[in-house]
Design a binder for this molecule. Structure first.
Ligand code: MG
Length: 382
């Protein structure tokens, strides 16, 4: 029986992963959540992990009282996440926390030699060079959970030694596809949170509306598959049926299709290389009838352009873009800034926060903090 630990178990990916885990009788050894103590306690009683962790220290007492009398170790904060990540308690660690906060637990799991199912894309955006170097040194496998990267990973099976000519990274276009900047100016968080195809957490849903999500995924793909940015083409595909494709040297393009349901890539990452029945629906292409493909609007959705510029420049630039975006999105979710300000703040951080090499965790963290402070100051100065 394969053992799994989940960081981010109460989020969208975490709860869907537990459905997969339950279907296949995997053993859950540890669960960690950001702040949802009630759901975490309920999961702990259902799946019997040895350890649970709540990130927000102020929720620890609630969790302790909910789990009183249970034989479960309770941890808190970043220290707790890293204790789980470094404990070798599982065969695979699913990292599905949101944001740059996932980087240190990823590095800790790699150091411990534990394979990772990676749903925390900010890990690779901010610390891609550190993570990929450490994983290669420790012979740790990183299985992508993000649907596009899982698709690319699936297309590469059986192609060891065949060079990738190009990646076609598909994008749904988000809820604001086709809108002008004028129309976008009045959009609020509640408008952005209505995504047409995917049911996801708040942060990624906003990133999907600004197309920053695709920018982050562009960077994620570069690191996971060792690509030059010139090898990645973003294609808007509104139906989210083709999850991405790989073009090889002979111009053969191999893609992966399926219904837009994260349980398929989650299961592939957790059970790789097995393919067994998944708790989802089969794809009916005739129900869709037409699949469409278009170019993204890089001028209107400037977050996407900022992310691509950042990875072309390299060093800590992607960490700056990511940190600025995380901070700006948090303000947008509280309706403190407008939709277009997210992109403007990210671009301003790109211009004004100093770059440098991303050669240590401390360097990446410093760039992230500087970008967040810059955005907070810009908002305060308005
Ligand atoms: Mg994705």
């Amino acid at each position: 029986m394969k053992k799994v630990a989940i960081l981010g178990s109460t989020g969208s990916i975490g709860t869907q992963a537990l459905e997969v885990v339950e279907k296949h009788g995997m053993q859950v050894t540890a669960l960690a959540a950001h702040s949802h103590a009630e759901l975490l306690a309920q999961q702990a009683k259902q799946y019997h992990p040895q350890t649970v962790c709540i990130f927000r220290e102020d929720k620890a007492d609630t969790l302790r009282s909910l789990l009183a009398g249970e034989n479960i170790e309770i941890l808190t904060g970043m220290e707790g996440l890293c204790r789980i990540a470094g404990s070798r308690c599982a065969d695979i660690l699913l990292n599905s926390v949101v944001g740059m906060v996932g980087l240190l637990p990823t590095l800790t799991a790699i150091e411990a030699g534990t394979d990772i199912a990676l749903a925390n894309k900010e890990t690779l955006v901010a610390g891609g060079s550190l993570v990929m170097k450490a994983a290669a040194e420790r012979h740790v496998n990183i299985y992508p959970v993000d649907s596009e990267h899982s698709a690319i990973f699936q297309c590469l099976q059986g192609n060891a030694g065949n060079r990738i000519r190009r990646i076609l990274l598909t994008a749904s276009g988000g809820p604001f596809f086709g809108l002008t900047r004028e129309a976008l100016a009045g959009k609020r968080a509640a408008d952005a949170l209505r995504h047409p195809n995917w049911d996801m957490g708040n942060k990624i849903t906003i990133d999907s509306a600004t197309l920053m999500n695709k920018g982050l995924e562009f960077i994620e793909a570069k690191w996971l598959f060792d690509l030059d940015p010139s090898q990645i083409e973003i294609v808007v595909h509104r139906q989210s049926v083709l999850h991405s494709a790989v073009e090889f040297e002979d111009y053969a393009v191999i893609g992966q299709m399926g219904v837009p349901d994260m349980k398929i890539p989650i299961q592939y990452a957790l059970l790789y290389p097995q393919r067994v029945e998944c708790p989802t629906k089969p794809l009916s292409l005739t129900d869709y009838g037409t699949l469409t493909f278009e170019k993204p609007d890089y001028e209107t959705f400037d977050c996407l352009t900022a992310a691509i510029d950042a990875i072309r420049e390299g060093g800590v630039r992607p960490a700056i873009v990511n940190g600025a975006n995380e901070e700006a999105v948090a303000h947008f979710l509280r309706d403190e800034i407008g939709f277009l300000e997210v992109g403007a703040l990210v671009r301003a951080a790109m211009e004004h926060v100093p770059g440098g090499p991303a050669d240590s965790y401390e360097a990446v963290l410093a760039a992230d903090s500087a970008a967040r402070a810059f955005v907070r100051q810009r908002i305060a100065d308005r």
